[in-house]
Design a protein around this ligand. Structure first.
Ligand code: PGA
Length: 242
């Protein structure tokens, strides 16, 4: 398993349902990785492209976007943690809000997924976040507490799991919480339960080259999860170089 302690910050590109071999070839030629080797750059292409990325990667790590909650068996179309480890995948996003919303993933599924990944030495990046409705009702912290309690397995610790705070209303919208809100929420995640004190907590939701620096330099923020802006090699280079 990758040693998370070796890194000061994490920049995770979530390509979602985008990219093909041609795109990957071009992207890899165009991006420039940071000189600072304590910055951990992870690129998460579609499952189909994981093997190709692993074989062609330069100084970045490769992550998956999802994994089955089942270890093996009669689950047609699923991809197991064991299969991901065969492809030398080091990280896997789990519980992204698009999976919770469109594929009805429950906290309990996310818990099993994370547990299976840890057993295979793959680091789960567990996503939590409130909807706009939750935020307007002022129940963000309660929602996060519940999601964390149920979706982080007992076997998780700061050395084998990353938490990603992604407000659902900030994903792909160009909206972000204020820097103070981001820092306070990360601080809540870290402090509300001593289990999470030392966890790496990254922020996601409309991170771009022009706001990444101010967000990732906040005291309680250990990096960023980047969607749309990670698909443009020049923008992504600026994000990871900042
Ligand atoms: P975005 O997506 O950067 O396009 O807002 C983030 C994510 O979905 O992880």
């Amino acid at each position: 398993m990758i040693k998370l302690d070796n890194f000061s910050s994490f920049f995770v590109a979530n390509w979602k349902l985008n990219g093909n071999f041609k795109f990957i070839d071009q992207f890899i030629t165009e991006i420039s990785l940071p000189q600072d080797t304590t910055k951990c750059v992870v690129i998460c292409p579609t499952t189909i492209h994981l093997d190709y990325m692993s074989k062609n990667k330069t100084k970045f790590y490769v992550g998956a976007q999802n994994v089955s909650q089942h270890k093996d068996g009669a689950f047609t179309g699923e991809i197991s943690a064991d299969s991901l480890s065969d492809l030398n995948v080091n990280f896997c996003i789990v519980g992204h809000s698009e999976r919770r919303q469109f594929f009805f993933e429950k906290n309990e599924d996310i818990n099993h997924k994370s547990e299976n990944l840890i057993k295979k030495n793959i680091i789960p990046i567990v996503c939590v976040g409130e909807t706009l409705e939750d935020k307007e009702k002022g129940i963000t912290n309660g929602i996060l507490e519940e999601q964390l309690k149920k979706s982080i397995p007992i076997s998780s610790n700061f050395q084998n799991t990353i938490i990603a705070y992604e407000p659902v209303w900030a994903i792909g919208t160009g909206l972000t919480p204020t820097n103070k809100e981001i820092n306070d929420t990360h601080s809540f995640i870290r402090e509300h339960n001593s289990k999470f004190n030392k966890f790496k907590i990254i922020y996601g939701g409309s991170v771009k080259a022009n706001n990444v620096n101010e967000i990732t330099s906040l005291l309680n923020v250990d990096g960023a999860l980047i969607g749309g802006a990670s698909l443009k090699s020049d923008e992504f280079t600026k994000i990871i170089q900042d």
